[in-house]
Design a protein around this ligand. Structure first.
Ligand SMILES: [Zn+2]
Length: 128
């Protein structure tokens, strides 16, 4: 019995060596190019996209430079507090997490989880 072999890239039948998987090297590189393109976005891209979304949301809800917003509102928009770029600790020991120039601090007010939103200030640059 003769096995019919088909090119993985274009689907045409292949003649030649038994272990051949593609018509030629064009089909081979086309197939590999497609595979790479369709792969899950790499971890770097996922983190990058989440940071961009976080920054966009913090910016949108903090037009005045300081604001308080219910955490649920941000979370529903896709905000993920686990992704941030750096932090700043104030003199009281509160740790503000920052996504680039926009910071947030989780706080419970009247039993509701909220985020206090701030903007990065020059004096925060001082490393402690
Ligand atoms: Zn082919």
């Amino acid at each position: 019995m003769k096995l019919k072999r088909i090119c993985l890239a274009c689907g045409k039948s292949i003649t030649g060596r038994i272990d051949k998987k593609y018509c030629d090297h064009y089909c081979k590189s086309a197939y590999h190019y497609d595979r790479t393109r369709n792969e899950e976005p790499r971890f770097y891209n996922k983190v990058d996209n989440q940071l961009k979304l976080n920054r966009k949301l913090l910016k949108e809800y903090n037009k005045a430079g300081k604001a308080t917003v219910r955490s649920q509102v941000l979370l529903e928009m896709g905000f993920n507090p686990n992704f941030f770029t750096h932090y700043w600790k104030n003199s009281k020991g509160d740790v503000y997490l920052f996504v680039y120039e926009f910071g947030f601090l989780k706080r419970i007010e009247n039993g509701k989880a909220k985020y206090v939103l701030v903007k990065w200030q020059e004096y925060m640059n001082k490393a402690k």
